[in-house]
Design a protein around this ligand. Sequence first.
Ligand SMILES: C[S@@+](CC[C@H](N)C(=O)[O-])C[C@H]1O[C@@H](n2cnc3c(N)ncnc32)[C@H](O)[C@@H]1O
Length: 255
Amino acid sequence: MNKKIYFYYILIAVLYPVVKVICYINGLVYLRGVIYGVIAGVLTISVGILALKEYDGADKPVWHWLGALIPLIIIPLTPIIMILHLGLRTFLMEKMTPFMVFEGIAVAQFIVAILMFRGLIFKRGTDKQKMPRIGFAIMKMVLTLRSLFKKPERILHEMGLREGQTVLDYGCGIGSFSIPAAKMVGDDGVVYALDIHPLAIKAVEKKIEKKQIANIKTILSARETGLPDESVDVVLLYDVFQMVSDKEKLMEELL
Ligand SMILES: C[S@@+](CC[C@H](N)C(=O)[O-])C[C@H]1O[C@@H](n2cnc3c(N)ncnc32)[C@H](O)[C@@H]1O
C-alpha cells in the first residue's frame, strides 16, 4: 500500500476544490471559498507529487511534513474563515453541512499524510540507515494504534503459542508482541526481544520494569542474536522482514 497512499492524497487534493465548486454552484459557499479551495488544492497536489519523489531517495521528509501540515492548518482554518465571513449564527444555523464536508476532506487528507510518513519512515528503518528519533516516535504511535485494531494477543493465540516456549521477537519495536507473548509462555518460558534501534529496546525495558515482567530479555542487535543454536522454539518476524536489507543472511542466522 505504501506508494498507493500518495495517489489517494493527490486524489483528495483534487477533490477538495472540486467539492467547493459544486457547493458554489449550489449556492452553499461564496466565490472566496472556491478560491481558498483552489489554492489548497494546488498546494497539496504539488506537495503530494514532491513527497512521492522524496520517497524515492531524498534525505529529509520536507514534503511529507508539508503534506501533513497543510490539511492540519485547513482543519481549524475552515470554521474560522466561515465564522468571520458569515457570523457565528448563520454558520451554526445554515452552513453545517458544507462545513462537515470540508472538514471531513481535510481530516481524511491529514490521516493519509500520516500514512505517507509511515511508508517513508518504515522504509528508512532498515539496517542500512537508522530511523530518526521523530520517525521512531511516529512508528510508536502507529504501532499503538494498530494494537487497538489488530490485537497481538489474538495473533499469538492463532499461532498456537504455548506455555514454556522460548520466543525470539525479532524487530520487537515497542514490544507490542513481546509483552503478551511473555504472558502466554509463562514463568517456564522466555521471550527474547531483539531490535536494531536503541529506542525500541529502551521502550521494551520501560514496559518490563513497569509491569514487573521477569521472562523478557532484551537484545540490541542488527542481526546476530547471540543465542545458541536450537535454543528458540518460535521466531516472530512481524512487520519487520521488509526492512531487513540482507534477508538471506538473516534467514541463515535464524534457521
Ligand atoms: C514496524 S516495527 C514492528 C515492530 C514489531 N515487530 C511489531 O509488529 O509490533 C519494525 C521494527 O523492526 C526493527 N528493525 C528494522 N530492521 C531491523 C533489523 N535488521 N534487525 C533488527 N530489527 C530491525 C525496527 O527498528 C523496528 O523497531
